[in-house]
Every structure is written in C-alpha cells, then in structure tokens.
Design a protein around this ligand. Sequence first.
Ligand code: URA
Length: 197
Amino acid sequence: PATAGIEEVSQMDWDALRQAVASCTACPLYATRTQGVLGVGDIHADWLFVGEAPGAEEDAQGEPFVGAAGKLLDAMLAAIRLKRGDNVYIANVLKSRPPGNRNPKPEEIAACLPYLVRQVQLIQPRLIVALGRFAAHSLLNTDASISSLRGQVHHYHGIPLIVTYHPAYLLRNLADKARAWEDLCLALNTLNNPIPE
Ligand code: URA
C-alpha cells in the first residue's frame, strides 16, 4: 500500500520522504491533487517557513509558494535578506492541494503531519516561522488566534517558533503588513540572540 505508517515516516530519509509523499494515499486529497508537494530549499537551512497547503500553482508545479502568495513570501524573505533555497526551507502542513483551496480538514492535517514532523527532524532548523493559523495550530497544538500567538517566541520541540500572518491573508489585508514586518524582525532577532526555552 502507498500509505506509510507513522513509525515508518519517522525513519525516512529525504528520498524515501519524497517517494512517500508522491504516492501517498493517507487522505482522500490524493484523488484530486496533481502531485504531492513535499517542500523546497536547503535541507540544512537555519530557517524553516511553514505554510498551509499547495494551491493551484503549487499543485501544478510541485513547489510550495510559487503563486501570488509565494511572490509575497519571496518579498518577505528578501526584506530580511533571505532567498528561497539559500539557508531557507519552505514546506506546508498539507502536501496535497485541497480542492478549490478550501481549508484543510483536521483529519487531513492528522494524516499529513508526520511528513512535516520528519522534515523538521531532518532539517533541524534553528528557527521556524509558522505562516498562518494552520501552521501555527498544527505545530503548537493550540487553537488560539494568530493575533494572540504573534509577537512572542514559541517553541516546537525546543526550536524557537514565530507565528505570523499567512502571505495570502496579507494580500487581502494590507494593513497587517506592518505587523508581519515586526514578526520577521522578531524572528531575525530570535535567531541572532537565542534565549533558552
Ligand atoms: N499557500 C500556502 O499555504 N502554501 C503554498 O504553498 C501556497 C500557498
């Protein structure tokens, strides 16, 4: 069967992970996706950015954040002198596109999360930026609002984690861009001046 067990995923190397995501049938989204989208970037990156799920462009190209939201994410990276692929890895909570970009369902997140967990283990980033509520909620195991989660340093298994708005949200809510900038500054500062958990 194409569906890997959780114990199995936790042992996988990058090749195995890529193959598992490509052939995954752990949730019904496999039936409507074009392809699974594992992630992109430097597998030894200090920075891990986590979004929600592939959209239409990502589903077609097999790479996270290549559509409109991705352009804004690239600009956010550039604002703190980062570049896609250069000390940065970009992944999503869901590896398969929900039809019509609807929100991920809890059971889809539960089925897919082992892949992201394994990505974090393999990358061992020095900082995680959760983009939007699905990344924040999945990694921090909370359902608190983004506004209550941002502005502070959280931790995921000892790795500092900063919560900010999803770029697709920022495209619709320009006024919150200044807050996203504050979040990026907090992230930079946290990475440069780590404080113990
Ligand atoms: N939005 C996401 O959360 N992830 C992508 O890869 C693209 C858009």
